[in-house]
Design a protein around this ligand. Structure first.
Ligand code: AG3
Length: 275
């Protein structure tokens, strides 16, 4: 018997993975959570039938959501991740000489599952610089003013528990929680399937922050593969950041050249943003 998992990448497109084993499956207070072992991509974290990460390609997303804002800032000491309960983003952040890396995840079951099934990522939770808070990131961020140098929103898609993480009010609170040179990044989905969202978030960020920029990375297991991130920056122009010549830790996707190139976006995305 063959076992397959399919994600509906859009209403009309399915991506299917041949599965060796279902390692875990539960209904949490917030969502359905599953850990699958796939033939092609290794272990996968699935929330509400949507692929969050696979061990084969997680490095692309996690390196790009972490190293681009941290190197753009230049000398971040306090960093916050909202979401990202698997620990992958935190793990990349901790490769930098930051003093504190905090993570706010609404669903503690994601953290628990990661500790058990994704030890390569959840090692981050044991770092003495890391602190984990299990609560709603929207309420959490409201309590801080001028506090974090970098804030990263590593959310699920804009449905269910993540809806509020794509709203203007939340971005304003993030702006206030950032220090004066603060840098913000959020994952903003596929430009093919979530065109409207990309434009909406970009417009919000451009209204709130002096600098707004879109960058991309190619993530094979996310819909359309071409994935977007939006950066808001208070002082540093993302396109003119002082990116170091080389990284003193190992990366598999991020390089200083990729950093400079990732802000060069295709014409159709520019068109979406200017509509
Ligand atoms: N967060 C972004 C996942 C978005 C995937 N969307 C999809 N497959 N439709 C990933 C969490 C990893 N830390």
């Amino acid at each position: 018997m063959e076992l397959w998992f399919s994600e509906m990448q859009s209403k009309n497109v399915k991506m299917s993975y041949k599965i060796k084993n279902v390692l875990h499956s539960e209904k949490t207070k917030f969502q359905n959570l599953a850990v699958l072992d796939s033939e092609e991509f290794g272990r996968m974290l699935i929330l509400d039938d949507v692929v969050q990460l696979t061990m084969k390609d997680e490095f692309i997303y996690h390196e790009m959501i972490a190293h681009v804002p941290l190197f753009t800032h230049g000398s971040p000491e306090r960093v916050l991740v909202i979401g990202g309960g698997d620990g992958g983003t935190l793990h990349e952040i901790l490769k930098h000489p930051v003093k504190e890396a905090h993570l706010v995840e609404i669903d503690e079951k994601v953290i628990e599952a990661s500790k058990k099934f994704f030890p390569e990522l959840s090692v981050a939770f044991d770092d003495p610089r890391a602190k984990i808070f299990c609560e709603d990131g929207i309420a959490y961020v409201k309590r801080f003013k001028n506090h974090y140098d970098v804030i990263i929103v590593d959310s699920t898609d804009p449905v269910g528990p993540a809806v509020g993480l794509f709203r203007k009010e939340f971005y304003k609170d993030i702006f206030d929680a950032l220090t004066e040179k603060g840098v913000f990044v959020a994952q903003t989905e596929s430009p093919f399937y979530y065109e409207g969202l990309l434009k909406e978030v970009y417009n919000c960020i451009a209204e709130i922050f002096p600098y707004a920029a879109v960058y991309t990375a190619v993530v094979p297991t996310y819909p359309g593969a071409l994935w977007t991130f939006i950066m808001g920056s208070k002082q540093v122009d993302p396109n003119k950041a002082n990116v170091p010549e080389s990284c003193d830790f190992k990366t598999r996707y991020y390089t200083p050249d990729i950093h400079k190139a990732c802000f060069k976006i295709p014409a159709f995305i520019k068109e979406i943003l200017s509509k």
